[in-house]
Design a protein around this ligand. Structure first.
Ligand SMILES: [Zn+2]
Length: 368
């Protein structure tokens, strides 16, 4: 090898090594980690929910026929999280000032326009105060700005609030939103986003039609959540992985303008800014957000549960459940269905429903 060839080869090798190094450095999250503006955590007790945990494990494992059935069961269960159509949901504030309550009521109310569900913020006759939550308050939606458990935002999804939050405890945590430093657009997004969950909506970036699963650079995403927020892979999956493609969800096409879609840093995605899942932060409801919530509550509670029942029957017909599970599921769902049927005559049954749902959840937990 001549000296000149040797030198060329050396230069080529050096350039290659430098390029590889530069790419790897550029892909590391570093200080960009601070960018994640709306990270949520799971609400308390969600992790203790046996069926939830079992099924989330099944989702990340290789999926057998039985495994797929378990996932479908979970999503059928998710459908039952919508509030009864026609409900009036009382909203109560655990803390925060009148000005803050007024601002939040104004933003959140846009969700309920033309929807067969009412958000009642309990504004006083003199217009000087909103409903306050006492220690054992049972208002359906209870907001806190200083809930100490986790410095993150979260909301139970729909009816989870009845079964998983103890009276008086928050069902929506808007930690830090009482800080005047929160920019307007982020404030607007967070209020709309968390109320979307409270009304029963899941994350849009988990839309089974969206295909975001194949867009992420999972290694970087897991590393970012782990180092910055201490969340392990199953926890991250619950936030980001696509939901099963099931009739249990009323999924439209992927809606990049949805307020239920996270805006994530470009380095989360293999295609960076050209990924369809790299979106701007929404500050108002998209057309599909509005259409989705209107159609979800346009169906009567009884019709919704009937269709859920037939989803389970379909699963059984396809042989997706073992005989034991089949009997348990039919019994548990059948009982809840019967109770719902009796209760659907009126929508004034939310307190009774709490006990009913807890009873139902326990039965579902027993389903292995
Ligand atoms: Zn969320």
């Amino acid at each position: 090898m001549s000296k000149r060839t040797y030198l060329s080869l050396l230069i080529l090798l050096s350039v290659t090594a430098l390029t590889i190094f530069a790419i790897s450095v550029a892909q590391k999250p570093n200080e960009n980690l601070q960018y994640v503006p709306v990270l949520e955590s799971k609400p308390p007790k969600i992790g203790d929910n046996a069926i939830y945990r079992a099924l989330s494990v099944a989702r990340t494992d290789e999926i057998s026929l039985k495994g797929q059935a378990r996932i479908e069961l979970k999503s059928i269960f998710a459908k039952s999280k919508l509030w009864p159509s026609g409900s009036t949901l009382r909203v109560a504030f655990i803390d925060g000032t009148f000005e803050l309550h007024q601002r939040i009521a104004g933003i959140a109310s846009t969700w309920a326009q033309d929807v067969n569900v009412t958000l009642d913020f309990g504004k006083s006759d003199d217009g000087k105060s909103y409903r306050r939550a006492g220690p054992n308050d049972t208002s359906e939606i209870r907001l806190s700005f200083n809930y100490p458990q986790k410095p993150l935002r979260w909301s139970y999804v729909g009816l989870e609030a009845l079964t998983l939050a103890s009276p008086g405890d928050p069902t929506v945590n808007l930690q830090g939103l009482d800080d005047a430093a929160v920019p307007d657009d982020e404030f607007q997004f967070l209020v709309l986003h968390e109320f979307g969950h409270a009304l029963g909506l899941e994350h849009e970036h988990r839309n089974p039609q969206g295909g975001c699963d194949s867009e992420y650079d999972w290694f970087l995403v897991y590393m970012a959540y782990q180092t910055q927020y201490g969340l392990d892979e199953p926890a991250v999956d619950e936030i980001l992985r696509s939901l099963p493609n099931s009739t249990a969800f009323v999924a439209s096409e992927h809606d990049a303008d949805s307020v239920m879609h996270y805006n994530m840093p470009e380095w989360y995605f293999k295609k960076k800014t050209s990924s369809p899942c790299f979106v701007q932060m929404a500050t108002r409801l998209s057309d599909l957000d509005r259409a989705g919530i209107i159609s979800a509550y346009a169906v009567s509670t009884l019709e919704r549960w009937k269709s859920m029942f037939s989803d389970v029957q379909g699963l059984i017909d396809r042989g997706g459940l073992s005989t034991d599970t089949e009997a348990d599921v039919l019994e548990a769902l059948g009982e809840r269905f019967e109770n719902m049927k009796n209760l659907d005559a009126t929508v004034e049954f939310l307190p009774e429903m709490r006990d009913l749902m807890i009873d139902g959840e326990e039965k579902w937990h027993e389903v292995k």
